[in-house]
Design a binder for this molecule. Structure first.
Ligand SMILES: Nc1nc2c(c(=O)[nH]1)N[C@H]1C(S)=C(S)[C@@H](COP(=O)(O)O)O[C@H]1N2
Ligand SMILES: [Mo]
Length: 369
C-alpha cells in the first residue's frame, strides 16, 4: 500500500529521527529568517540589519497612508487611528532585547523540526512608540476583560490552519504600562521586515508576542485560544496540555574570541591573556550574575557592565589565560528573580525556551604552529 503525504502532513509538528539531517524546508526557513551574527554581541544596540528576523508568512507591504490601527474596547467603543494620529501622541523609548522562543532549537536532541535556530535569534533595539495603555485609554474597556488580542496584516497557513498572525496578552500584562506600539527602531521608521508601520513591543516576553504589521487591538472577555497560543506551549508530548510560553528565560552568550574557521565557525586564538566578553539578558528581571567556565568544571564570576534597564542585555567580561590546546568556553546567567540558566539543554517538543548554556569551542595555537 502506498501512502500519499499531503502538504499539510508535511507541515505537521514533528521531531526529527535520530541522526536525521536538516531538511530542505528547514534550510529554506533558516535562509529567510536570519540570525544575529555572534560578533554583533559587541554592540549595545544591534545594527539594524544584523538584528535577527523571524516572519511566519510573507512580509506584507503596507501603504502608510491607507493603513489604520483599529482599537476596540469590546463595548461597542472603538477608534481607528492613522499613522499621523499615532505619531502625534506622546512617544516613549525603551531598549529591549528581543529573542525568539525557538532560539536554541537546532541544538536539541532529538531536534523539533521547525525554524532551526542555533543561538542567534536575538537582538537589541531602541523602540519608540505609543504606550499601549494610552491607546486603550481612547476607548471604553469592557469590565469583564480577560485578554487583549493583537492582529497582524500577514496571512498564511500553519499545520493546515489558515490564519492572520494573532497573539493576545492577558489584560493585566497589557495594562502593566511597559508595552508599546512602536513606530521606530533605533530612531528610524520600522524596517519593513520588523513590522512597518507599527508593531507591538512587549518588554521581557519572547518574540512571538511582539506582533508586527499591527492592524487591530481588541479587548475580549475570554482567554484567546488562537493558533499561535495553542502552538507556543512547553510540552513534552504532543497531547500534553503544556504551559504557555511567556517571558524570556535567562541566557548569556559569549562574543566569540579570536578569529573563525569559515566552515566550522570554531575559533582560533593565540596563547596568552584573553579578555572574554559577552552579553546576558532575561525576561524575569535584570541579570545580576554571569559565571564563566573555560574548563567545563570550574566556574568563576564575570564582571558585569552597566545595566541599560531591566529589558536590555547586560555586558560581561572575564579574564582568561589561554594555553595551547582545545577548550570550550561556557557562560551562564542568573537574573534578579533567582532563575539560573541551566548548563544543558531544556528540551520541549516545540523546541521553545531552550536556554541551555552557551558553549564556544576554541583552538589555542601558537603563531608558528
Ligand atoms: N505579524 C507578525 N508578527 C510577528 C511574527 C509574524 O510572523 N507575524 N513573528 C513573531 C516572532 S515568532 C518573532 S520571534 C518576532 C521576531 O521579530 P523581529 O523579526 O523583529 O526580530 O516577531 C513576532 N511577531
Ligand atoms: Mo519567534
Amino acid at each position: 500500500m502506498t501512502t500519499t503525504r499531503t502538504w499539510q502532513d508535511r507541515a505537521a509538528p514533528r521531531v526529527a529521527e535520530a541522526g536525521e539531517g536538516i531538511s530542505y524546508d528547514e534550510l529554506a526557513l533558516a535562509a529567510r529568517n536570519h540570525a544575529m551574527p555572534a560578533e554583533a554581541l559587541q554592540w549595545d544596540v544591534t545594527p539594524v540589519g544584523l538584528h535577527y528576523v523571524l516572519v511566519h508568512y510573507d512580509i506584507p507591504a503596507l501603504d502608510p497612508d491607507g493603513w489604520r490601527l483599529r482599537v476596540d474596547g469590546g463595548t461597542g467603543s472603538s477608534v481607528e487611528l492613522t499613522l499621523d494620529d499615532l505619531a502625534a501622541m506622546p512617544q516613549t523609548t525603551t531598549r529591549v532585547t528581543l529573542e525568539c522562543a525557538g532560539n536554541g532549537r537546532a541544538l536539541l536532541e532529538p531536534r523539533p523540526v521547525s525554524q532551526p535556530w542555533l543561538t542567534g535569534a536575538v537582538g537589541t533595539a531602541d523602540w519608540t512608540g505609543v504606550p499601549l495603555t494610552d491607546l486603550l485609554d481612547r476607548v471604553r474597556l469592557r469590565d469583564d476583560a480577560v485578554d487583549v488580542v493583537f492582529t497582524g496584516a500577514d496571512h498564511g497557513t500553519e499545520r493546515g490552519v489558515e490564519q492572520d498572525y494573532q497573539r493576545a496578552l492577558p489584560v493585566d500584562e497589557a495594562l502593566r504600562g511597559d508595552t508599546l506600539v512602536a513606530l521606530t527602531m533605533n530612531g528610524a521608521p520600522l524596517p519593513v521586515q520588523h513590522g512597518f508601520p507599527a508593531r507591538l513591543v512587549v518588554p521581557g516576553w519572547y518574540g512571538m508576542a511582539h506582533v508586527k504589521w499591527l492592524t487591530g487591538i481588541e479587548v475580549v472577555d475570554r482567554t484567546f485560544d488562537g493558533f499561535q497560543h495553542r502552538a507556543y506551549r512547553l510540552r513534552q508530548h504532543p497531547d500534553d496540555e503544556g504551559v504557555p510560553v511567556t517571558r524570556i528565560a535567562p541566557r548569556a552568550l559569549i562574543r566569540p574570541p579570536g578569529f573563525p574557521d569559515f566552515m566550522t565557525r570554531e575559533r582560533v586564538l593565540r596563547p596568552g591573556p584573553v579578555r572574554l566578553e559577552g552579553r546576558a539578558w532575561s525576561g524575569g528581571g535584570e541579570v545580576v550574575r554571569v559565571e564563566v567556565s573555560t574548563d567545563g568544571s570550574t566556574w568563576y564570576d564575570a564582571g558585569l557592565g552597566p545595566s541599560a534597564g531591566p529589558h536590555a542585555w547586560r555586558p560581561f567580561t572575564a579574564d582568561w589565560h589561554a594555553e595551547v590546546g582545545d577548550h570550550v568556553l561556557r557562560a551562564r546567567a542568573t537574573d534578579a528573580s533567582g532563575q539560573v540558566q541551566p548548563d544543558g539543554p531544556a528540551w520541549t517538543r516545540g523546541g521553545f525556551a531552550n536556554n541551555g548554556g552557551d558553549a564556544v569551542p576554541v583552538h589555542v595555537v601558537a603563531e608558528d604552529a
